[in-house]
Ligand binder design. Sequence first.
Ligand code: GDP
Length: 297
Amino acid sequence: MAFESLSEKLQNVFKNLRNKGRLTEADVKAALKEVKMALLEADVNFKVVKQFIKSVQERAIGQDVLNSLTPGQMVIKIVNEEMVSLMGSETTEIPLKPSNEITIILMAGLQGAGKTTTCAKIAGKMKQKGRSPLLVACDVYRPAAIRQLQVNGEKQGVPVFAMGENQNPVNIAKAAVEHAVKNNMNVVILDTAGRLHVDEEMMAELQNIKAALDIDETILVVDAMTGQDAVNVAKSFDETVGLDGVILTKLDGDTRGGAALSIRAVIGKPILYVGMGEKLSDLEQFYPDRMASRILG
Ligand code: GDP
């Protein structure tokens, strides 16, 4: 289960609040100080934490809360609501064009983030929605990546378009869309090359693909376990390439939760899905309210 350590700390703070009965302004401030520490230890972005605590405090210190019959409960409720709003409030789906048109999804991310696996997971979701997806191997630098996409595509029963390594990714992407048109496919998922770190060449390649094709959705795949690094990576991809949404992988191994709690607030783009394991079925829609309940218990 993700976020154990954050969850445990917050639940302790809440237990004390609930047990107190009457609350003073100082009690609320002390509790929020502990919430703040817990969030910082969970590697939530500092500015995000500051704003979050401010919002909660503004709502929690009013007389109607403090004089209510269950002030502790009310403070907890406010923390919950503000946490949901931090993560975007609503569930965001990948917007799809009508079935007789092709939706092109560009998947970007650093090497090892889980991009190739996630492409296959998304293809599976598209199939479940009754769509006809095509996976496209645009990562021409790693032969293993092409092979991996083919293996995963086969597992999902989704065709994979590949032209080998000696081709320009833009040409591959264009040829793939033509292939999709001819074969009545309606979702094209481009698996692009990642690098170990954010670098100009990778960004330029993504920009070229975006300039040459009518990309409908640009999605970044980031590893939740890297915490604030994930947030910084998302920020630079958004500034350079432009993102429509983010998929957070490896949430199953993330005990802290910093990326999940910060990314939306920092880049203003929604988390679409979360990866919960290595299996191709381990991809879940992201529900901010369920995530907040998981964390707050
Ligand atoms: P890429 O380099 O970004 O294409 O990354 P890969 O798709 O090759 O994935 C890198 C590793 O992360 C593989 O071992 C995947 O099985 C693993 N992985 C991907 N997503 C998840 C996830 O949500 N949870 C876990 N635990 N592992 C994942």
